[in-house]
Ligand binder design. Structure first.
Ligand code: PLP
Length: 368
């Protein structure tokens, strides 16, 4: 007879130190907590696009019928379209269902138990949880006061077990890009340098660092359709990688991992690129407007951003984060707070939405 207690098998020991990645609160959870109906909520906490996918994309999804068939495991059509879009040959391109899954896959390729990665907080917190899942460790090298990278400190922190250095450009949540000279200095360390370009389309250099990938054996750039193309719900991203890494990634991926709808939506987005880039342009313009609105309050100090979000410092001697949060939530507005990250305790992050969202936020702040 089997007995289940004590358990014969337990999970890998490192999983006990696995912290759950806490995403921005969902519409459903916020609605349940506040009693505000979902359709009245303004969701500015996860950097989603306020624009639905363009009509051509929606039509292509509606018109496709053959969901009874598996998708193309080579993602040939999408990789061809991405070759055009990025200017990087398709032998360097790997498609995955979202860039977070790309990060997961790359981490599993390189990290064995006992290895480490370097990351530079404040930054995207997912990098940490994925590392623990691999049995590896995170070495944190804080950014300079202006949130630029402390390259000398990063180099000094490298150990023989350091496999990856993860950079985010523009950085979530601080909004600043990685300087090219810093990237080159880190490439010289020989470690795998990962640049997460989830927001590059909103920046002043929308081509990012993709073009450098074919010239470097240790540079990986990840991208996503989630933010700029308004496809967060369909989970589609891609990486630009050296050829030797591409072959391992392809083998490590599950077959048919990337779903058909994601493929269709991404291909159609690239076919009708101008329409989607117009939405990106609207968001970039609204970012300037939102920045002005935030800067008009004596208790707020927004930081310049190249993403579709603005990190904002709150002078808590004038207004506390709690007061601010209560005020905006009573207006149905969701922002991102960082109570679990001490380095960001005095900040909130707001996603750039529609002009009327900025107006609503302005009204909520006027009550403070
Ligand atoms: C939103 C975000 C992603 C998410 O990408 P998906 O393609 O939706 O998985 C990746 N990196 C950063 C820094 C992000 O903010």
């Amino acid at each position: 007879m089997y007995t289940y207690s004590p358990r014969l098998v337990s999970v890998r020991p490192e999983l006990d130190r696995l912290a759950e990645y806490v995403p921005g609160e969902s519409l459903e959870a916020f609605s349940t907590r506040t009693n505000i109906p979902i359709q009245e909520i303004i969701k500015l906490n996860s950097n989603e696009s306020p624009y639905e996918p363009v009509p051509e994309v929606l039509a292509a999804l509606a018109n496709y019928k053959q969901f009874n068939l598996y998708p193309d495991t080579d993602s040939a059509a999408l990789r061809q379209a991405l070759e055009q879009y990025t200017g990087v040959e398709k032998r360097h391109i790997v498609v995955q269902h979202g860039s977070m899954e790309l990060i997961n896959l790359l981490w599993h390729l390189f990290l064995s138990p006992g290895d480490n990665i370097i990351c530079c907080p404040p930054t995207f917190s997912l990098y940490k949880s994925v590392t623990t899942f691999c049995g590896a460790h995170v070495i944190e090298v804080p950014r300079n006061p202006d949130f630029s990278l402390n390259v000398e400190a990063i180099k000094a922190a490298i150990t023989p077990q350091t496999k990856l250095i993860i950079l985010c450009s523009p950085n979530n949540p601080t909004g600043n890009p990685i300087r090219q000279e810093d990237l080159f200095a880190l490439l010289d360390t020989g470690r795998i340098i990962m640049v997460d370009e989830a927001y590059v389309e909103f920046s002043d250099f929308p081509h990012g660092y993709a073009h450098l990938v074919p010239e470097h054996e240790n540079l990986v750039v990840t991208r996503t359709f989630s933010k700029w193309a308004g496809l967060a719900g369909l989970r589609i991203g891609y990486a630009l990688v050296p050829e030797w890494i591409q072959s391992y990634m392809r083998r490590a991926q599950c077959p048919f991992e990337v779903n058909m709808s994601g493929h269709i939506a991404a291909i159609e987005t690239l076919k009708h690129l101008d329409a989607t880039l117009q939405n990106v342009q609207r968001i970039v313009e609204e970012r300037a407007h939102l920045f002005e609105v935030l800067a008009s309050y004596p208790f707020l100090k927004p930081l310049p951003s190249q993403g579709n979000y603005i990190l904002t410092f709150v002078d808590q001697s004038l207004v506390t984060i709690k007061q601010l949060r209560n005020a905006v939530e009573s207006h149905g507005i969701l922002l991102r707070y960082f109570s679990s990250q001490p380095d960001l305790a005095d900040y909130f992050r707001v996603t750039v939405g529609l002009p009327e969202h900025t107006e609503k936020l302005n009204q909520a702040l006027q009550g403070l």
